[in-house]
Design a protein around this ligand. Structure first.
Ligand SMILES: [Zn+2]
Ligand SMILES: [Zn+2]
Length: 348
């Protein structure tokens, strides 16, 4: 048996080496490229699975500070009838495409506030979904200021839209569907789309004001997505009786370390920035303390400040973390089947 295993391993290694060597020649290169291209296309052509569930996809779990593989803030909320994003920071649309999300179904983006790490790829999301065949205008929901933002994005990219419609034709890329529509929201005023109810709430992220977070309810399941901000009374009220709270999380240990290291090296500007950001994000401790008093099944840290995926960095975020807490990972799924209690996590 052992001899057979050794022989099989040797054959596999030999074939692997022979295949790698053959890729130095054009014909094997062409055949391999043809095969891989077809496989990738088959993946995109496959229908996106739509279980009767509220599905959450982590398209961006980092923030503006940190050197990691995490994209900036973005969470997708998907049901059989809906596909929305909450924020769309830098790097997030690449995650949407890598995971084959059904961009033609994208109905809108809920913006929490206008810091760049939450809005950087609005036009990319608009463009990708337009090209994929979205049948209605993309709605951009957000607090006061959303109209100005949408107007300026539509103006900035007017040349881009023009070239694309001219190149591919009005039938394939209708001009009106390239324009983004603005939808102003008000904290407390629900947006109802069939069985999906979205409740915006006021977040404490001064001087970024107004900033909001959103609660999504669908067929008995619910999640809250914070955007950015300190824990306040609103966070507590809105997160009570929910399945998952996704909250931005700041590690005081890591950020104060950055602040002091910068100061010791004479990098005063950087040191001041690390000092300043500590007052407008929820610390890991503040979130843990708040969650003790409410009924929430799972709390997931995202928008990590600083963004890290290093072992030691994540250990620091996990210090004194309650059992029902997790640190999110890029391209991770949280699936909440309708009418059940279960939370399936894929990609951990
Ligand atoms: Zn942010
Ligand atoms: Zn912010």
């Amino acid at each position: 048996m052992r001899k057979f295993l050794v022989f099989s391993l040797a054959v596999i290694l030999f074939l692997g080496a022979a295949f790698r060597a053959s890729l130095e020649f054009e014909k094997p290169q062409d055949l391999t490229i043809e095969f891989l291209t077809k496989s990738l296309m088959q993946n995109s052509a496959r229908a996106f699975p739509s279980p009767d569930a509220l599905q959450i996809f982590m398209c961006g779990t980092g923030g503006p500070i940190g050197n990691s593989g995490r994209a900036q803030a973005c969470i997708a909320v998907i049901t059989p009838e809906h596909f929305y994003l909450v924020d769309v920071g830098a790097g997030s649309t690449a995650n949407l495409q890598k995971s084959g999300l059904p961009m033609d179904r994208l109905k809108g983006i809920f913006i929490t506030h206008f810091h760049s790490d939450h809005i950087a790829e609005i036009y990319e999301a608009n463009l990708i979904s337009w090209v994929a065949g979205r049948s209605e205008q993309l709605n951009l929901f957000g607090p006061k200021g959303i109209r100005t933002l949408v107007k300026s994005i539509n103006e900035t990219y007017s040349f881009d839209r023009g070239y694309r419609t001219k190149h591919h034709g009005e039938d394939l890329l209708p001009s009106n569907l390239g324009l983004i529509a603005d939808k102003k929201i008000r904290p407390g005023k629900q947006i109802i789309d069939g069985e999906l109810v979205v409740t915006p709430y006021l977040a404490d992220h001064n001087p970024a004001h107004p900033a909001v977070g959103y609660r999504f309810d669908y067929r008995g399941r619910s999640v809250v997505i914070s955007g950015d901000g300190n824990i306040n009374q609103q966070t507590k009220l809105i997160s009570n009786s929910t399945d998952i709270l996704f909250h931005d999380a700041l590690s005081r240990g890591l950020v104060s370390n950055l602040e002091h290291a910068a100061r010791d090296l004479g990098l005063d500007r950087l040191s001041k920035i690390f000092f300043d950001i500590q007052d407008y994000h929820a610390s890991t401790t503040a979130i843990s303390v708040m969650a003790r008093d409410i009924d929430v099944k799972l709390v997931v840290f995202y928008h990590l400040v600083p963004a890290t995926d290093a072992y030691l960095g994540e250990r620091e975020f996990k210090r004194n973390m309650p059992e029902n807490f997790l640190i999110s990972k890029e391209r991770q799924w949280y699936i909440l089947p309708s009418g059940e209690e279960e939370i399936k996590i894929i990609g951990d």
